[in-house]
Ligand binder design. Structure first.
Ligand SMILES: [Zn+2]
Length: 451
């Protein structure tokens, strides 16, 4: 399966991935996630979890996606009709590699003077000197084949229009109508989250969004089991009445090994975020893992035989094997108390956070923060390397509370301050119809799983 461009752009802001590591199974699970869909059940039954039962695989034949039911229809926007730009008569020209607007104009028999005049109209038309392969121009001509109108997409929401009238050339920017429709879908995992998402009609990007919402509570590397289920309410975006792309997840349930998590997207004061029904943030004050899960290939070993020192050495953190250069993020807001190089730690960074928590990151190939600097959760502080006492590129990560080392994979992470008072009341009434909708979906999927 290929990453599409939308998905790879998502990776750029996947910073809050909750990740767990264990000795034996990590590589397999990571590979499973990396290739998005190797059968997990068949390859790696976990002895410790046999009660969960990979044999209880559910293969629900669910409708891939159903338009929103009447109960939520008030939340749905109208799908727009035409705004006049989609009418007949546009000749569309896609820019080919090496092509300029000049060559396009010549090939259509338009004069160089016309192009010169168009480019001189304003800053936006001047930018047409910098067109790229794949860009699409629309042209209209009169009966004699003379230029009357040109349109060019300025991105998702706008067209640049140039009109030839009796008065001369006129330029305008036309907003394209983008609207959303709300859908719901249900999924059940039998081999991998991505396959289940596909069955449920979701793009990989949407599956990543889903995993990002619940990644603070659910370990998507180690904890996903056959029989886990998810339900979601999400948007699809339409431009000028035509499907454009999937939008945001508005509400979702994830049932992991019998435990149910719910999240509602809501905008309080810090932009849209996901909240549990009681107003708690889905987000925690710390990332479970300070780097992108998809790169992880190995190993947590608290009492390992140290490969270089040749003795058993207490291992006070987690080693995340990852390619050299993989960005590492500050696990939480804080201040850099150390950014230095030593023989053992190589390039390393320590961050002091609230609640007497310190996080430590070793073996960077490069540090990007200075001692004393304030950092925000998710900010890049360095890149994975193998400086110091390290055999292969990896991040050694420690989580220290009041001076005591804790297991970064299992330590309970401090919560972000929940919604309270009026904000909580506003959220509660906003969330109610979505929660009803999710409850209906939850019952439906529970019923389906028992059939
Ligand atoms: Zn280590």
């Amino acid at each position: 399966m290929k990453f599409n461009s939308r998905l790879s752009s998502m990776y750029s802001h996947i910073k809050r991935w909750h990740l767990g590591i264990s000795q034996s199974r990590l590589a397999l699970f990571a590979v499973t996630l990396i290739v998005f869909g190797v059968a997990l059940g068949g390859l790696d039954p976990d002895p410790a979890r046999e009660d969960v039962g990979f044999s209880s695989v559910l293969d629900l034949d669910l409708p891939a996606k159903t338009p929103l039911s009447a109960s939520l229809s008030s939340l749905s926007e109208e799908t727009p009709g035409s705004n006049g730009l989609e009418d007949e008569g546009w000749e569309l020209v896609e820019v080919k590699p090496g092509q300029s607007l000049d060559t396009i104009f010549r090939s259509r028999g338009f004069s160089p003077a016309l192009l010169h005049n168009i480019l001189a109209l304003n800053a936006e038309t001047r930018n047409l000197k910098k067109i790229r392969p794949g860009d699409v121009f629309g042209f209209k001509v009169d009966q004699e084949g003379l230029f009357t109108r040109m349109r060019y997409s300025l991105g998702e929401g706008n067209y640049l229009l140039v009109d030839q009238s009796d008065a001369g050339l006129e330029v305008s920017v036309l907003e394209r109508q983008i609207s959303s429709k709300i859908y719901e879908t249900r999924g059940s995992i039998d081999s991998s989250l991505f396959l289940a998402g596909k069955k449920a009609g979701l793009s990989d990007a949407m599956v990543m969004k889903l995993a990002n919402i619940f990644g603070w509570d659910i370990d998507f590397v180690l904890d996903i089991r056959a029989g886990d289920r998810f339900n979601l309410i999400y948007e699809k975006l339409y431009r000028d009445g035509e499907y454009l792309r999937d939008g945001e997840i508005l509400g979702a349930t994830f049932m992991n090994q019998g435990e149910k998590f719910k999240a509602i997207r809501y905008e309080a004061d810090n932009g849209p975020q996901y909240y549990a029904p009681d107003g708690r943030h889905m987000r925690k004050a710390f990332l479970r893992a300070p780097l992108n899960f998809s790169y992880i290939s190995s190993s947590f070993n608290p009492k390992r035989f140290h490969p270089i020192l040749k003795r058993v050495k207490a291992h006070n953190g987690i080693d995340y094997r990852a390619p050299k250069g993989t960005p590492v993020y500050a696990a939480g807001d804080g201040r850099v108390t150390r950014s230095a190089y030593t023989q053992y730690n190589g390039h390393h960074v320590f961050i002091q956070h609230a609640n007497s928590i310190v996080t430590r990151y070793l073996h960077f190939t490069q540090r990007t923060v200075k001692q004393g600097q304030r950092v925000r959760q998710g900010e890049v502080i360095g890149y994975v390397g193998s400086t110091g006492l390290a055999q292969a590129p990896h991040l050694h990560y420690e989580f220290v509370v009041n001076g005591a080392h804790r297991n970064p994979r299992t330590v309970s992470l401090p919560a972000v301050k929940p919604l309270e008072g009026q904000q909580l009341a506003a959220f509660t009434s906003y969330a109610a119809p979505y929660l009803n909708q999710l409850s209906r979906l939850d019952s439906a999927s529970l019923y389906a799983s028992r059939k």
